[in-house]
Design a protein around this ligand. Structure first.
Ligand code: CA
Ligand code: CA
Length: 306
């Protein structure tokens, strides 16, 4: 393949209704115009039509004066110097179907909350510390001493992207933001291990802090993708508030024998010992009162992910 590296003039055509900007699809508006200039590491004379995944998470159609003998990965384009268009894979032929943005297909702990409908952060509601001798150990997602809850593995975080990544991502390309660091600091990335070109294992320096939202941004993916978790100890009924109503929810689950279903341990095995029973009622009362915990949780509302 002929390889060149220079500025190429590309024709940008918006397709579909993916734009969040006002105006009809395909009509230049709000700073996005038909003519754009980009730097790409490829090409000569053909004009493939491709669909691009932009940095705003939208998808745009593109016709470009470039020839691509094979899929390549380019970095980004500046549209009229104002709109940044990050380019993922470019294909040699017009794709039959639009090329969707890469996302995280699955994660363990789960990407989505298994107990509430809709796409939302996975919520950990179990105990926040474990006493080992005289030492209190942080527990929660990413914490190395946090046991699995049924089929759910809490540490490390295993994630699978929807599509293979064109190049491996590194640990320094994972940003972590925590909305609540009053109990303990936001963890750092200890390691990011590639399992295959679409799967990684992420190890943290500590469990994610309780009380709020922890957001991982994978900046090595184009466009960056996010993974969010929430942690509110003792909130067994997933109401976003820890109080005595959660005791009632646990009692009911113990009475109707649903508490020990494998997928339910993540909300009812409060002391994380692998079985849900009346000891978890005791542990929940302790959490509400602040015994062997980072704080009293009775009456505390979760600061949810935005
Ligand atoms: Ca609750
Ligand atoms: Ca238990």
């Amino acid at each position: 393949m002929k390889s060149i590296n220079h500025h190429l003039t590309i024709l940008l055509i918006l397709v579909g209704a993916a734009s969040t900007h006002a105006g009809a699809p395909g009509v230049p508006h709000n700073g996005i115009h038909r003519l754009a200039r980009a730097t790409l590491n490829s090409g000569d004379d053909a004009r493939p039509a491709v669909t691009l995944c932009a940095s705003d998470g939208q998808e745009y159609g593109l016709r470009a004066h470039i020839n691509l003998a094979e899929p390549i990965c380019a970095s980004e384009a500046l549209i009229n110097g104002t709109h940044r268009l990050r380019v993922g894979l470019l294909y040699p032929r017009p794709p039959a179907e639009p090329i969707p943005c890469n996302t995280i297909e699955s994660a363990n702990p789960p990407l989505d909350n298994p107990y509430l409908p809709g796409n939302q952060p996975f919520r950990d509601v179990l105990q926040d510390v474990q006493q080992v001798g005289m030492v209190l150990i942080h527990q929660g997602i990413g914490g190395v001493l946090t046991p699995d809850q049924g089929p759910i593995e809490y540490a490390p975080i295993n994630l699978t992207f929807r599509f293979p990544l064109p190049q491996p991502i590194r640990a320094d390309q994972v940003q972590i933001a925590c909305s609540n660091t009053t109990s303990w600091p936001c963890p750092m990335v200890e390691s990011l291990t590639e399992i295959d070109d679409a799967s990684y294992a992420l190890r943290l320096s500590d469990a994610i802090p309780p009380g709020g939202c922890t957001e991982f941004t994978f900046t090595g993916v184009v466009p960056p993708v996010k993974l969010r978790y929430e942690f509110l100890p003792a909130d067994c009924n997933m109401s976003g508030l820890s109080n005595t109503q959660d005791l009632l929810g646990l009692v009911q689950a113990l009475n109707n024998s649903t508490a020990n279903l494998p997928m339910n341990l993540a909300r009812y095995d409060v002391n994380r010992n692998g079985v849900a029973n009346t000891q978890d009622l005791l542990r929940k009362v302790q959490l509400l009162n602040g015994t062997r915990s980072t704080r009293p949780w009775n009456g505390v509302a979760l600061t949810p992910c935005p």
